[in-house]
Write a protein that binds this ligand. Structure first.
Ligand code: MTE
Ligand code: MO
Length: 372
């Protein structure tokens, strides 16, 4: 049983599968701006690799398009490159998949609710600095034509890739991270080294990173070539080669808590609703619309001004709404968000249905009965 060496886990995580461990952040922890490490969601495809002496034993190797290979110990990475701290939200492409199943039809994959998303302050060195040292992508230097993708390989067998443009973008902030919220990376989240790709689907933030390959091709893994893609709502048996891999995430939002109005007559029809909104590509959330009558009328939530680190808006925005509950018998609360490019969320899950239930970003609806 390769799972016997998996780490102990916080009992408040909402476990979907135990082996491999797939567990959501509980709603209480979703109200924190930075998710505490023990309740940061866990998405493992396999077991958690055991790494005993990383400072001396662990080497990250980098293979260039001409076949040349360089390698770095953890100590070298820490000593030779400037350290950076960046606040980044990671979100699984399957976040809210269960909503798509409930509101459209059956989807195939872990039935996440709104907790396959979490945020942390990550600390490490920039991938672009290390690649430049290895001989690729320094500012002002011409890129070889066959340097198109940067592939990442984990210690188990997981792998994925990102386009070279993201990897070497001075404002792209891709990190090789050693720390998470000021602590050493927990084993579940990639100890001793993980790549963090801000703004992209979390599937590209490969944990237990052992090798980087700069290539003319995307990663050959199924997680690059198959699973994380979307198709038209009519396509039930997709030709996986025909769609683009998910990279930058689309905009989404969710309600994470509804506070019942207090019992005084005056505030009886007041409601407080809280949640998050997030968009990929570093696009900032600029507006969150709330409806307390199933989407017939709208109001705006207050955006909380949490302070972030990094070149772009890589982190979710928390929001809060207190207002009259318009049709205050049984009702549906709805949230949708808008980002700085004026992207907004689709109204229905049917319109974005795909059999793998990826990117279930439709308006988030929560039923609410006063007095409950
Ligand atoms: N990296 C490795 N090596 N193995 C994995 O199973 N899962 C990916 C990504 N990186 C995975 C991985 C997926 S699909 C997600 S959503 C994120 O890690 C989850 O990161 P977390 O467990 O730190 O929340
Ligand atoms: Mo994921």
């Amino acid at each position: 049983d390769p799972f016997v060496t998996d780490p102990a886990r916080d009992p408040s995580l909402r476990v979907l599968t135990a082996k491999p461990c797939n567990a959501e952040t509980p709603p209480e922890a979703l109200s924190d701006f930075l998710t505490p490490n023990p309740t940061f969601y866990v998405r493992n495809h396999m077991w958690v690799p055991v790494v005993e002496e990383p400072e001396s034993e662990y080497r990250l190797s980098i293979e260039l398009p001409d076949g040349e290979e360089k390698s770095y110990t953890i100590k070298e990475l820490k000593e030779r490159f400037p350290m950076h701290k960046i606040t980044v939200t990671l979100q699984c492409s399957g976040n809210r998949r269960k909503d798509m199943t409930v509101h459209a039809k059956q989807t195939n994959g872990l039935q996440w609710t709104a907790g396959a998303i979490s945020s942390a302050e990550w600390e490490g060195v920039k991938l672009r600095d290390v690649l430049a040292d290895a001989g690729i992508g320094a500012l002002g230097q011409k890129l070889p034509e066959d340097a198109r993708h940067v592939q990442f390989m984990g210690l188990e067998a997981y792998g994925a890739s990102i386009p070279i443009s993201k990897a070497i973008d001075p404002l792209g902030d891709v990190l090789l991270a050693f720390k998470m919220n000021g602590e050493e990376l927990p084993r579940d989240h990639g100890y001793p080294l993980r790549v963090v790709v801000p703004g992209n689907v979390a599937a590209r933030s490969v944990k237990w990173l052992r090798k980087i390959v700069v290539s003319d091709e995307e990663s050959l893994s199924q997680w690059q070539r198959r699973d994380y893609k979307c198709f038209g709502p009519n396509v039930s048996n997709p030709d996986w080669t025909k769609a683009k891999s998910i990279q930058e995430m689309p905009i989404t939002s969710a309600i994470t808590s509804v506070l019942s109005p207090s019992s005084t007559e005056e505030s009886r029809n007041q409601l407080t609703v809280e949640g998050y909104a997030y968009s990929g590509g570093g696009r900032e959330i600029v507006r969150v619309d709330i409806s307390t009558d199933g989407g017939k009328s709208w109001d705006q939530a207050e955006l909380l001004s949490d302070s972030t680190k990094g070149s772009k808006a890589w982190c979710w925005k928390r929001w809060r709404y207190t207002g009259p509950c318009r049709s205050c018998d049984e009702t549906t609360l709805v949230v949708k968000a808008t980002d700085e490019a004026y992207n907004t969320q689709p109204e229905s899950y049917e319109a974005i249905y795909n059999p793998r239930g990826n990117l279930a970003t439709a308006w988030h609806r929560v039923s609410y009965a006063p007095g409950t």
